[in-house]
Design a protein around this ligand. Structure first.
Ligand code: MN
Length: 129
């Protein structure tokens, strides 16, 4: 396996949404990691050191906002890219997500193209830093 293959962690409790993201990213040159609740997400982050996290907000155990805040508190993970996805965004939510430490926000339902674009943009940006 190439050392610079990007690891993407998908945190999603809805199997259909998980499948959509898998199909979107399956064709790309990524290592896909999965978590279906907030606690599992934290475990996978510490164990696998992903380059990017696609984070659902409504999750069992810990919600995506709380997971994002905790990940940002760990010195090793201040730079990991976090893309929040949610279907229930209300006014002010985007600001809350950014305040919690996410890099980008994508409203559900999103197109495969929109997800691809956001991921490619973020990974390119991180690489050039
Ligand atoms: Mn959910």
């Amino acid at each position: 396996m190439s050392a610079n293959l990007k690891k993407i962690l998908v945190v999603e409790d809805n199997p259909q949404n998980m499948r959509l993201v898998e199909m979107t990213l399956g064709a790309g040159n990524y290592v896909l990691l999965k978590a279906t609740n907030g606690e599992e997400a934290l475990e996978v982050v510490q164990r696998e050191h992903p380059n990017l996290i696609i984070m659902d907000i409504r999750l069992p155990r810990l919600d995506g906002l709380e997971v994002t805040k905790r990940v940002r508190q760990w010195p090793d993970f201040r730079d990991v890219a976090i893309v929040v996805t949610t279907a229930c965004a209300m006014k002010g939510d985007k600001e809350r997500f950014v305040a919690a430490g996410c890099d980008a926000y994508l409203a559900k339902p999103f197109s495969i193209r929109a997800l691809r674009k956001i991921i490619d943009g973020i990974l390119r940006e991180k690489k050039s830093k």
